[in-house]
Design a protein around this ligand. Structure first.
Ligand SMILES: Cc1cc2nc3c(=O)[nH]c(=O)nc-3n(C[C@H](O)[C@H](O)[C@H](O)COP(=O)(O)O)c2cc1C
Length: 179
């Protein structure tokens, strides 16, 4: 999982941790941290790129699929998440996301939000050849108190929806992953 928020009390990270707890056994969800990735700069794309880029790329390469959990910043994704996508997408033709199954959960503490982030992200993922699950879509609104201190989802209907979302993602990976 890539989580698009860096702050300690992130509601998106809480949702991501809750997803880890309710995922089916077929989905082992781990957060791959993006905090230490230098801002993408083509001048650093040498024989020896920053080691944080190298280990991030290796980690994504090893993943069977990528689940993106993102807040919405200005109707798009936070720069930190976009930066991780940029880092993973290069060098040209050797991007680590290409061909991987993916899915998006976008999160907002507000009543209205998360659509812009979700769809801006989809736009990048099309270009990166991530096989992004179309349905079900997951827009998590009013997420401020959705997850308790033990990473449990407090609202039963939301929990049921997210369980079905994860089951669908597992089936999507099964269907699309290289055999
Ligand atoms: C720079 C910035 C832009 C934001 N833009 C939006 C937005 O477009 N839509 C929205 O629903 N919330 C927006 N918010 C509020 C975030 O949804 C809120 O801060 C949320 O808690 C961030 O996610 P996190 O808790 O996972 O860090 C914005 C917050 C920041 C800091």
């Amino acid at each position: 999982m890539l989580v698009g928020s860096l702050r300690k009390e992130s509601v998106t990270r809480k949702v991501a941790l809750a997803l880890k707890g309710i995922a089916p056994p077929s989905l082992a969800l781990d957060i791959v941290e993006i905090r230490d990735l230098q801002m993408y700069d083509e001048d650093l794309e040498t024989e020896t790129p920053p080691r944080e880029w190298v280990s991030f790329r290796d980690r994504i390469r090893r993943a069977d699929a990528v689940l993106f959990a993102t807040p919405e910043y200005n109707r798009s994704v936070p720069g930190s998440l976009k930066n991780s996508i940029d880092v993973g997408s290069r060098p040209g033709g050797r991007g680590v996301f290409s061909g991987k199954p993916g899915a998006i959960v976008s999160v907002t503490p507000h009543g209205l939000g998360a659509f812009g982030a979700n769809h801006h992200l989809r736009q990048s993922l099309v270009f990166l050849n991530v096989l992004t699950m179309a349905q079900p879509e997951a827009y998590v609104s009013q997420a401020g108190d959705l997850v308790d201190a033990d990473n449990h989802i407090t609202k039963e209907t939301s929990k049921m929806f997210l369980v079905s979302f994860l089951n669908a993602f597992s089936a999507w990976i099964e269907k699309t992953a290289d055999k």
